[in-house]
Design a binder for this molecule. Structure first.
Ligand SMILES: [Fe+2]
Length: 206
């Protein structure tokens, strides 16, 4: 609700929190941070409205191991050459319960940290070796640039506070996982039960 009025305060512009799904409630503080990020980095999209921010277009994304949501994402724009998303993080993005399982992405992307921070480890395959760049922290206001050649894991977040704006380039074939010991590449496949877990987390999408 925008612009509520009552007898004690002439005008209130505070939006009431909106619960999208279990575990995902959006409030005015999150909206303010997200809207400021869009205005700074993507003014061509126009102002982010409260209605867009609190729409039912959010997806909670399951952790393959626990089935819990490790992030929620909202796509703000999508074309053949560019995708823009807001990500709200609840837990690290580790795809194996026992050890590192770094992945890459089918696109180059920029990750703008809109609130708090996250920690990332990166692996780069160079001349037959795998070079690890561990525990790089990205903080509010910074831009993390990631190419398709980078394999990474988000190893630490500020649960419920870390928020990022992701601008992705055109999607290309061939993303997957790299063995951190020998650099062996394994193409990505749909994890078992992923769609079932995703459906369970997103009753608002059914
Ligand atoms: Fe990633």
């Amino acid at each position: 609700m925008v612009g509520r009025m009552n007898s004690t305060s002439p005008i209130s512009t505070t939006n009431s929190p909106v619960r999208i799904a279990p575990g995902l409630t959006l409030d005015d503080k999150l909206y303010t941070m997200a809207a400021a990020g869009v205005a700074e980095h993507l003014p061509e999209l126009g102002p982010l409205s409260w209605e867009t921010f609190t729409s039912n277009e959010w997806w909670l994304v399951p952790d393959e191991q626990t089935g819990e949501a490790y992030k929620a994402e909202l796509t703000l724009f999508k074309s053949a050459t560019r995708t823009v998303k807001i990500n709200r993080w609840f837990a690290a993005d580790r795809r194996d319960g026992r050890g590192p399982k770094p992945h890459n992405h089918p696109w180059d992307f920029h990750s703008m940290i809109l609130d708090s921070s996250y920690v990332e480890s990166r692996w780069l395959a160079r001349d037959g070796d795998v070079v690890l760049e561990a525990d790089v922290e990205h903080r509010i206001g910074e831009v993390n640039k990631i190419g398709r050649e980078v394999f990474h894991e988000v190893t630490e977040v500020d649960p419920g506070r870390t928020m990022t704006l992701m601008i992705c380039g055109p999607g290309m074939a061939g993303w997957g996982y790299i063995d951190p010991d020998d650099g062996t590449f394994t193409p990505a496949t749909m994890p078992p039960r992923f769609l079932e877990l995703q459906r369970d987390l997103n009753p608002h999408r059914q």
